[in-house]
Design a protein around this ligand. Structure first.
Ligand SMILES: [Zn+2]
Length: 262
């Protein structure tokens, strides 16, 4: 038996529990009876993680949900194997993530990045339960409120438990955000809305899908929001921008025949 190292009441994070990094954050949320996992990471760490869970005395038959924060391979590649080991668990995702995962969309799930010769297995998952914003997932006497927080990816869920938000790839402790990539379904205006919602909430702690938990700090969120507001009008993320003011200036200058200026 291994002593449970709760990150917060009713939440264990498996990298923190093991005192080493497996991959993405894997949150085990538990009530007196039932428990759930939020993300699992890559397939090759699943058996070790499930062993760890078993050794913390969580009956494997009491796992009710395997919740995908979003459809990225580094978060959910292991769900097929995990579901084989957790016979009563339903795989849960937003309908947009379900579409990606059930269609085997290897670009949207980051299983395939041809330009970087990245190509990994991504098993086709069957999503047994879909949830949308406002839904509540019940886990014994606990209630997880479902938030739809798109931006990094379409169909990205965050889950609220009291004053905690399992916040996916919205923002990390250093102010970075989940990758912005048109091929991945990223949407900068939606991203800003998701960050503003988190910032404006009375959630005290953010439990991200990568790196340590941190406070819902207004100034940190604000600086990240302002950075993304800038991206909306810059060419840096290509077609994810909403406009590019330089082209309007160029139109004017072309019409006037303005010579090069230093
Ligand atoms: Zn991620």
């Amino acid at each position: 038996m291994i002593a449970r190292r709760e990150l917060f009441p009713n939440i264990i994070e498996l990298n923190y529990q093991a005192r080493r990094r497996f991959g993405c954050c894997v949150y085990l949320v538990f009530s007196d009876t039932d428990w759930a996992l939020v993300d699992i990471g890559y397939e090759d760490t699943v058996e070790e993680l499930i062993d760890l869970i078993r050794n913390m005395d969580f009956p494997l038959t009491n796992c009710r949900y395997l919740i995908a924060t979003h459809a990225d391979a580094d978060h959910v590649q292991g769900f097929k194997r995990a579901a084989e080991l957790l016979p009563n668990a339903q795989i849960v995702a937003h309908p947009d993530a379900k579409r990606i995962l059930e269609a085997g969309d290897r670009i949207a799930s980051y299983a395939e990045i041809p330009a970087q010769e990245i190509s990994i297995d991504m098993p086709i998952l069957v999503i047994q339960k879909t949830v949308v914003d406002g839904d509540v997932l019940e886990l014994g006497d606990l209630k997880l409120d479902v938030w739809d927080t798109p931006g990094h990816a379409t169909g990205q869920l965050s889950l609220r438990l009291n004053n905690l938000l399992l916040s996916g790839d919205n923002i990390f402790r250093d102010g970075c955000v989940g990758g912005i990539d048109a091929h991945h379904g990223s949407d900068i205006p939606a991203f800003i809305s998701s960050l503003k919602r988190i910032q404006g909430s009375d959630v005290d702690w953010l439990l991200p899908s990568h790196g340590p938990a941190f406070g819902n700090d207004h100034a940190l969120l604000q600086s990240t929001i302002e950075r993304l507001e800038g991206y909306q009008h810059m060419a840096d993320f290509g077609t994810c921008a909403v406009d590019w003011p330089l082209l309007d200036e160029w139109d004017d200058e072309l019409a006037k025949g303005t010579p090069p200026v230093k």
